[in-house]
Design a protein around this ligand. Structure first.
Ligand SMILES: [Zn+2]
Length: 371
């Protein structure tokens, strides 16, 4: 099943920028040195799960493990079965396969261990899969996408299974926030660190998807070399959002008018309820405002502009950047509002306050002169 932002047909191709890392793993497999659990870590949206898929395909391809510089054929019976999720020896736990408006925020224990009660999952589970014998001989692979979404109970169930490795079972856990994992899970796995891509590679990739050249250049820079992040940014209208933020910072738009315009933009936000979707939009807007003001503050302190996605704002002579104290106060206000997004405060109210904090301070009214 195609996931958001992935073009049909390219899901199972060599993952942009990660070919060498995957080939290293096939080399280890050829030498009989694959561990029983791999943890693919690195920033979100850079293609770690895509790398996990391609690696898995290479384990099953009828032509055998790809030789140096090679790739799985993608056409043989086993390749086709892996690609269509009908290979009996591959089991994927992938929340992104659930439509966005039904997707739970957490991976719960019921996905991993059969639960009769208290479960929101009635499909097959990992423990059931592990109880079976290899259908086609060779590896049996459990793929988990976004391990950081697994709650503590789910992580404990995985830990138990990792502690009792079955022969020929290979776990591939993909995770963008390693700090959210139980340390004992990370230490049970061999970690494979994936890096961001070249910004220029992301730009070219966006252009291939029909994103106009200038927008592709800017979004690639904002994403700091993460194609998935660039797609999220595109889907959540950050280009237009930043326009509203900058107009407010300039004093060119009344803050409450700009804040109201945020809610007029379309855009794709995840959430099961209308309120959750509103909160997601407020989160995105506040994160972007924070990134802009933070980059302004860092540029003012002399950080190299090439490392700041929003450093171009420093050339706009924005009133907020005139004093370090104003920048710090604005940052603090935005951070407090960002924390409040997770509370019950009305999201539009939070954005009103954020835009008011961004607008240039009007001079305090002078006391009337004594007559
Ligand atoms: Zn094949």
């Amino acid at each position: 099943m195609a996931t958001e932002g992935e073009l049909p047909g390219e899901l199972w191709d060599e993952p942009l920028g990660h070919g060498p890392a995957v080939r290293g793993l096939w080399r280890a497999a050829r030498a009989g040195r694959l561990p029983h659990a791999l943890l693919f870590t690195g920033p979100a949206g850079i293609g770690k799960f895509r790398a996990a898929r391609w690696f898995t395909l290479g384990l099953y391809c009828e032509r055998g493990l790809p030789a140096e510089g090679g790739a799985p054929c993608g056409q043989c019976g086993p390749c086709k079965r892996v690609k269509s999720a009908s290979h009996l020896d591959v089991f994927a736990v992938d929340l992104l396969e659930t439509p966005a408006d039904e997707r739970p925020e957490e991976l719960k224990i019921g996905r991993f261990v059969r639960r009769e009660r208290d479960s929101d999952w009635d499909g097959a589970t990992v423990d059931e899969f592990l109880a079976l014998r290899a259908a086609e001989g060779g590896w049996r692979v459990v793929l988990v996408r976004e391990m950081e979404r697994a709650n503590v109970a789910a992580q404990n169930s995985i830990l138990k299974m990792l502690e009792e490795p079955s022969p020929n079972v290979l776990w591939i856990l993909e995770c963008s926030r390693k700090n959210d994992l139980l340390p004992t899970i990370a230490s049970r796995c061999v970690q494979v660190q994936f890096e961001r891509l070249e910004v220029d590679a992301v730009r070219a990739w966006l252009e291939q998807r029909g994103v106009a050249a200038e927008r592709a250049r800017v979004l690639a820079r904002w994403s700091r070399g993460s194609p998935g992040e660039a797609l999220r940014s595109l889907a959540q209208r950050e280009w237009e959002l930043r326009g509203l933020l900058v107009e407010t910072l300039r004093g060119g738009a009344p803050p409450l008018v700009a804040a109201a315009a945020v809610w007029e933009l379309d855009g794709t936000f995840e959430g099961k309820t209308a309120k959750a979707i509103e909160r997601a939009r407020a989160r995105t807007t506040l994160d972007l405002a924070l990134a802009c003001v933070r980059d302004l503050a860092q540029a003012r302190e002399g950080a190299p502009q090439s490392e700041l996605p929003h450093a171009d704002l420093a050339s706009l002579d924005l009133p907020v950047a005139h004093s370090g104290a104003t920048l710090r106060a604005t940052l603090e206000t935005l951070l407090a509002l960002r924390r409040d997004v997770e509370s019950n405060i009305d999201p539009p109210l939070l954005l009103d306050r954020a835009f008011l904090a961004l607008a240039p301070r009007t001079a305090a009214p002078r006391p009337a002169a004594a007559r």
